[in-house]
Write a protein that binds this ligand. Structure first.
Ligand SMILES: [Zn+2]
Length: 147
């Protein structure tokens, strides 16, 4: 990294520290030419995930949306807010790890559904009825009977 004092590009890292829950790494560096010390920060590039809605419109992914959907689906069910939040975090992380930053809203719905299914069947059906948009009632009944 270019030394801010003399412009030399060779340095050694004398200390690395992870900041704010792994969101950044702070490095203390020492220039090999002039021995001045300076600090660099390394952060993940924040690239937004784009969601393609059923009508073809695009919008940026917001975790509040799936959070709201899940809170509605889990009403009066024995599921804690912490459980809901951990699913939201898992899904958000999976989305951010995808190379392709565009995803259909249906796919996000499926990701949530798969996780919800392991947690609570009733919440799963409620969520599915909204997000899967069953093409007809029979399909919906089939889904419930298969549980
Ligand atoms: Zn220097």
């Amino acid at each position: 990294m270019k030394c801010p004092f003399c412009g030399n590009i060779e340095d050694k890292v004398i200390e690395s520290r992870t900041l704010s829950e792994g969101e950044a790494i702070r490095r203390r560096r020492e220039c090999l030419s002039c021995s001045q010390r300076f600090t660099s920060y390394e952060r993940l590039e924040e690239r937004p995930v784009v969601v393609i809605k059923n009508n073809g419109n695009k919008e940026f992914f917001k975790k509040e949306k799936i959070l709201n959907g899940m809170i509605t689906a889990t009403e009066k069910r024995p599921i804690t807010v912490a459980q809901i939040q951990s699913i939201v975090e898992e899904v958000t992380e999976e989305l951010h790890r995808k190379a392709d930053r565009e995803i259909y809203s249906k796919e996000i719905g499926l990701m949530v559904m798969n996780k919800l299914q392991k947690l609570d069947q009733v919440a799963y059906v409620r969520f599915a009825s909204v997000y899967k948009q069953f093409t007809d009632v029979n399909e919906f009944i089939k889904e419930i009977k298969s549980m």
